[in-house]
Design a protein around this ligand. Structure first.
Ligand SMILES: [Zn+2]
Length: 169
């Protein structure tokens, strides 16, 4: 069985994605694309704690990506940065890893479909992790919907508090 790894593009970093369970990889060109302060901080700390690794593809991998795209007959304009990320996924595959690219970029996802590399978006994960609110009576524990307008329980008159619940999708 091969190790699962994530390849992150700039949109994944900006979305604050890094897997805690599996190793994450980026190319150096991703760092250049990150301009805003918050994302830069996030990237620096994840590189520092070793959860994000910087790796470059080999020329062979770039060539393979270019060949597959050309063969598909699609006229795709892929930036050098995006191409190097897809090539990095090719390289990780050669090294017996099981790469999944994380990107919210639609044209990138399109290319990944063509070259047969699995991908997911940051937003999909966000939906899975979403939290909701309910209101609950501190006394009798009766549950109320979040939009329930009163502060006191209709059954026992005790104060109602808000509680976070995990929604499952
Ligand atoms: Zn109550």
């Amino acid at each position: 069985m091969s190790d699962k790894v994530y390849v992150l593009d700039a949109s994944a970093i900006i979305g604050g994605f890094s897997s805690k369970k599996f190793q994450n990889y980026i190319t150096a060109s991703v760092i250049v694309e990150i301009k805003d302060f918050k994302s830069k901080l996030f990237l620096e700390s994840t590189i520092e704690d070793g959860s994000i690794n910087i790796m470059e593809p080999e020329p062979l991998d770039i060539k393979n990506v270019t060949d597959v795209i050309r063969k598909s007959g699609d006229v795709l304009r892929l930036s050098d940065e995006d191409k190097s990320l897809v090539a990095l996924a090719f390289k990780l595959k050669r090294e017996n890893k099981d790469p999944m690219v994380v990107t919210d970029d639609y044209s990138m996802q399109n290319v990944l479909k063509i070259v047969g590399i699995p991908f997911r978006s940051v937003l999909t994960e966000g939906i899975k992790e979403i939290y909701g609110w309910i209101k609950i009576c501190k006394g009798c524990k009766k549950k109320y919907p979040p939009e329930y307008p009163f502060d006191e329980c209709e059954i026992c008159g005790t104060r109602i508090i808000k509680r976070r619940i995990k929604k499952s999708y």
